[in-house]
Design a protein around this ligand. Structure first.
Ligand code: SF4
Length: 274
């Protein structure tokens, strides 16, 4: 079973590495499919590879990757246990936002990765990934740290780890939200450990079912946010317009939108998206 998922994921990665379905392949050094085990219980989805990711072929390396690693470790998780990927697998030139057509062309890869891994929780890193995975759900400033159920999947939007590099106060918010993620995971783990109902012999369904009722699931620590639009196979969404309350992260852009002054300016090689 696990081997089958790993094989299927490897096939998706192979397709990504040679994909030429959108113009982003023209200037990439290499595609960045994703890293982590096929059996990961947590998946993290960012926006797209930055300069360092494009060079190394791995997602979330560099300064923002270090923030993500520390956040995961703060709730007892190892980065190697998480499957990490992006909405688009090739670096947008100059770290610009990916175009809607590029996201649409790439969306089937992310859908396949989610379908194969079927994680307990999908961490949505930043507003662009939020717009792709939960279109119409709202902004990152209102949803961060919340559980959002769509279909049979549980999502937790978070500020992008790079945001904490530019706006120090967001680090506390990220840490608080990660503690909530720990609680969500514990609940998911408890649900998975519940014993399956015993096999019911044919003709004795009523008596058996009443004799061994299934255990009730644990109460949720936070209210679940269920979205009215609940179509897992809906078409790839378009990018939402920028939100005024999220710090601009792209220094490569010639005219960034309201860049927040860095509290601790990172080195130049850390100024890509990640
Ligand atoms: S971004 Fe996605 S669709 Fe575009 S070339 Fe890369 S892998 Fe293909």
């Amino acid at each position: 079973m696990q081997s089958g998922a790993a094989d299927a994921l490897a096939v998706v990665h192979e397709h990504i590495l040679v994909c030429t379905d959108c113009p982003l392949h023209l200037k990439r050094t290499q595609a960045v499919p994703g890293t982590g085990p096929a059996g990961a219980r947590i998946m993290a989805v960012g926006e797209g590879p930055g300069e360092t990711e494009d060079r190394l072929g791995r997602p979330f390396v560099g300064a923002a990757g270090n923030v993500l690693t520390k956040l995961l470790e703060s709730i007892g998780l190892r980065r190697d246990d998480i499957y990490i990927t992006n909405v688009v697998k090739c670096r947008p030139p100059g770290n610009r936002d990916p175009e809607p057509a590029e996201m649409e062309a790439c969306s089937h890869f992310l859908d396949a990765q989610i379908e194969i891994i079927r994680p307990d929780v999908i961490l949505i890193l930043g507003r662009h990934a939020l717009a792709r995975l939960l279109p119409g759900a709202g902004g990152i400033s209102g949803l961060h740290g919340s559980r959002v159920v769509r279909g049979d999947r549980l999502y937790v939007p978070l500020y992008h780890p790079a945001a904490a590099l530019y706006q120090g106060s967001l680090m506390r918010t990220l840490e608080d939200d990660m503690r909530k993620v720990r609680g969500y995971l514990d609940e998911a783990e408890a649900r998975r450990r519940q014993p399956l109902p015993a096999a019911v012999p044919e003709g004795r369904a009523v008596a058996s079912a009443s004799a061994t009722p299934p255990a009730a699931p644990p109460p949720p620590a936070e209210p679940l946010l269920r979205l009215a639009s609940d179509e897992p196979d809906e078409p790839a969404p378009r990018l939402a317009p920028p939100e005024p309350d999220e710090p601009a992260l792209r220094l490569g852009s010639p005219d960034p939108v309201e860049p927040a002054p860095p509290s601790e300016p990172p080195g130049r090689d850390q100024l890509s998206l990640f």
